[in-house]
Design a protein around this ligand. Structure first.
Ligand SMILES: NC(=O)c1ccc[n+]([C@@H]2O[C@H](COP(=O)([O-])OP(=O)(O)OC[C@H]3O[C@@H](n4cnc5c(N)ncnc54)[C@H](O)[C@@H]3O)[C@@H](O)[C@H]2O)c1
Length: 319
């Protein structure tokens, strides 16, 4: 069984590739390895390349020639490549359009050209906009706060169009703040730890009151795999699913956990809330649970402890 995973040198793509390789699948990974965090991308890719059943292609998915690239015998595509930062999508608009919108359309054209029928792709909790409760999949907000959220909403609509027009099945994965080892350096939990390591102040936007359904990577991978197993025998599908934990945590709680399990020797500099950041996310796993009978169980405290064990080892920090 051959699987194509885009964004395989990225955080979630790396973990998903590793997971499928361990299960005995052949994985083709695509990434263009050109983010600001290039070093960790290369390190993730090095780990994947140790497996004989992993093949890596360094390609920019926003280039037109992707649409007519022939790769034979692929059964499933997981499209995770994107420019993921909500804030960055407001300062690097072009990059967001290229990596999130054009690349998405190119991947769908690639599926069409190669006669591949099944796509799993990354959407985001950001499509819910500024919501307080009711994060269920029937909903998608009208007034969004970022180009990033818009791009993910458009992806969901485009997937629906290709399903109706060309019979391409798809599952959109609305991820809720996924975190863990080999994570993303731009996300708060990782950025805080890196700033502490460099003896810099932590920048805290919005007084620490912003809440997120922080979801540990292992739980996210379990959900993706269970959804995959459920849908791989189905003939026709076009759905979106939340991927997250049904709890949320204030950023101030995250900082407390870091101070208890890493170090308390750091200063916090409070800054106003960034407009593009929604005030809260709160996952609702009812729809996902109905299909896969699985609920994330790794709370922020335990997940961050595992992350910090990895972080200290990766950056060779002595306790
Ligand atoms: N991590 C989260 O909490 C989270 C939350 C919501 C949605 N998502 C979505 O999940 C997916 C994976 O996120 P992640 O956290 O692993 O991000 P990531 O930045 O670590 O990984 C994305 C990868 O895509 C690659 N990429 C970007 N544009 C490309 C292009 N044009 N051609 C080839 N490769 C390209 C990058 O180089 C990177 O390695 C993204 O689509 C993201 O928007 C993530």
């Amino acid at each position: 069984m051959k699987i194509l995973i885009t964004g395989s040198a990225g955080f979630i793509g790396f973990h998903l590739s590793k997971f499928f390789l361990n299960k005995g699948y052949n994985v083709i990974g695509i990434d263009f390895l050109n983010s600001k965090s290039k070093k960790i991308q290369i390190n993730r890719n090095k780990i994947l390349k140790k497996s004989k059943t992993y093949k890596f292609l360094n390609l920019d998915l926003s280039k037109k020639n992707i649409c007519k690239k022939k790769i034979s015998n692929i059964n499933y595509v997981f499209h995770l490549a994107a420019q993921p930062g909500v804030r960055k999508s407001m300062t690097h608009v072009n990059q967001c359009i290229k990596s999130n919108i054009i690349s998405f359309n190119n991947i769908l054209e690639f599926l069409r050209y190669n006669n591949i029928k099944n796509l799993y792709y990354a959407s985001s909790s950001s499509v819910y906009g500024e919501l307080k409760k009711g994060f269920n999949e029937k909903y998608s907000a009208d007034n969004l706060n970022s180009n990033y959220a818009l791009s993910k909403q458009l992806n969901e609509k485009t997937a629906n169009l290709y399903y109706r027009e060309y019979g391409i099945n798809s599952i959109g994965l609305r991820f809720f703040s996924i975190y863990g080892p080999y994570g993303r350096e731009d996300m708060a939990y990782y950025r805080f730890c890196l700033d502490i390591l460099k003896n810099k102040k932590i920048f805290l936007n919005g007084n620490g009151n912003i809440k997120r359904s922080f979801t540990y990577i292992d739980d996210a991978i379990s959900i993706i795999y269970r959804l995959f197993n459920n849908f791989k025998t189905k003939k026709k599908f076009n759905e979106v699913f939340n991927v997250g934990i049904d709890e949320n945590y204030k950023i101030s709680e995250l900082i407390n956990i870091i101070s208890k399990n890493y170090t308390s020797k750091f200063k916090v500099l409070k800054k106003p809330k960034v407009k593009a950041d929604n005030k809260l996310t709160l996952n609702d796993s009812k729809k996902t649970q109905k299909i896969i009978s699985f609920k994330p169980k790794i709370n922020l405290n335990n997940g961050m402890k595992s992350f910090l064990i990895w972080f200290k080892d990766y950056y060779k920090i002595n306790d």
